[in-house]
Design a binder for this molecule. Structure first.
Ligand code: SAH
Length: 344
């Protein structure tokens, strides 16, 4: 097993069989060795800095019906909200004062988010905060739409591919959503010039080890700037309410493998990871992650952006989150930095 890990760390090509061994037969001690190697690579590229992104969850209206997601259109229990432009700019102001230099606008696929609207929003954010990066995470759109938003000043785009396996994609989504379109969106975003993030859930219903290997190979092939992964966590008002959640161990293992296969990639220790374990985000950083994405949304709406049950930090002010994360990172020897946190 150590030979496989060393090959990964030396950036050699590793076969599907070897990846399968890493994902299924690894001991605790070997997993610690894997994390150690991933940390080494991360320290070479990014030192002990942890980049932070202010996440603004600006709408939970969504026209899609993904079976796993708490804000899917069929969830009649969800109380819907949409922040105004003024609300969003206030979040940025507060975030800027707290040291955030990246703002992530994330939301459901809301009909209100037209090109005109988002374009105007991005322009205003870039005008007021020219030293900040703006990341969009608003789902699948046309090439022309992505191009307009890029020309308006958006720097980055997060669009998790969710699973790189066609059949598994069909288990997670209704048939109007296709993996082919999702992948095409990612390719378009990259061609336009965005820093692009893909990603997937760990332990989502129906996921096999082979699916995960497909994900690792897809990431390698796309060569994105960011990869967002976190455990699947069931939401009580979705068709997957009774499914099991993804595990901490498997998520950490994948973070380390992704770091070794893609040394420069920006890799967040996600809120979902912090939700399934009280030290999940710290462990994520220790497995090779280098980004955290605390919430900047107004406290009044936080409980409404429930993608999954028991989401953490829904009652805290942005400033509390910032201080809390800073302490958490310092407790493991890392430092939250005031920086746009671009890909190196
Ligand atoms: N509408 C945007 C943003 C989606 S929400 C888009 O389509 O990209 C951001 C991410 O949350 C999703 O990509 C998904 O991977 C994750 N997510 C959704 N439901 C989840 C759940 N039940 N457990 C864990 N992660 C979930």
């Amino acid at each position: 097993m150590k030979t496989i890990i060393n090959h990964l760390a030396e950036n050699q090509v590793v076969s599907r069989d070897d990846l399968r061994k890493l994902l299924t037969n690894i001991t605790k001690e070997e997993q610690e060795y894997l994390a150690e190697k991933a940390r080494e690579v991360r320290h070479q590229v990014y030192g002990h800095d942890v980049y932070t992104r202010g996440l603004i969850e600006f709408t939970n209206y969504c026209k899609n019906d993904c079976y796993y997601c708490g804000i899917r259109r069929s969830n009649k229990q969800a109380s819907r909200y949409r922040l105004t432009k003024e609300d969003i700019l206030l979040c940025c102001k507060e975030g800027y004062e707290l040291g955030f230099r990246t703002f992530v606008l994330q939301g459901g696929e809301d009909g209100y988010s037209t090109d005109d609207y988002i374009e105007d929003l991005v322009r205003s954010m870039k005008e007021e905060y020219p030293d900040c990066a703006v990341t969009l995470s608003i789902g699948e759109r046309s090439y022309e739409s992505y191009k307009r938003l890029y020309d308006a000043g958006a720097d980055r785009y997060l669009l998790r591919h969710e699973t790189a396996n066609e059949e598994h994609y069909g288990i997670l989504h209704p048939k109007e959503l296709t993996l082919q379109n999702r992948k095409q969106c990612l390719i378009n975003l990259k061609n336009i010039g965005y820093q692009v993030g893909c990603g997937f859930m760990v332990g989502s219903p129906g996921q096999t080890v082979d699916n995960l290997i497909d994900d690792l190979e897809f990431v390698k092939e796309l060569a994105p700037h960011m990869v967002g992964i976190g455990p699947f966590i069931p939401h009580k008002d979705t068709p997957f309410a009774e499914k099991e959640q993804g595990t901490l161990e498997m998520t950490l293992r994948l973070l380390s493998i992704i770091r070794l296969m893609n040394p420069h990639v920006l890799l967040p220790a996600t809120t979902a990871l912090g939700t399934i374990h009280p030290k999940g985000r710290e462990q994520g950083i220790l497995a090779g992650a280098n980004v955290v994405m605390p919430n900047l949304s107004p406290v009044e709406v936080r409980k409404k952006y429930m993608l999954y049950d028991n989401k953490i930090c829904t009652g805290d002010e942005a400033a509390e989150c910032r201080v809390c994360l800073q302490k958490r990172m310092e407790s493991i020897g890392y430092c939250l930095v005031v920086d746009r946190g671009d890909y190196k």
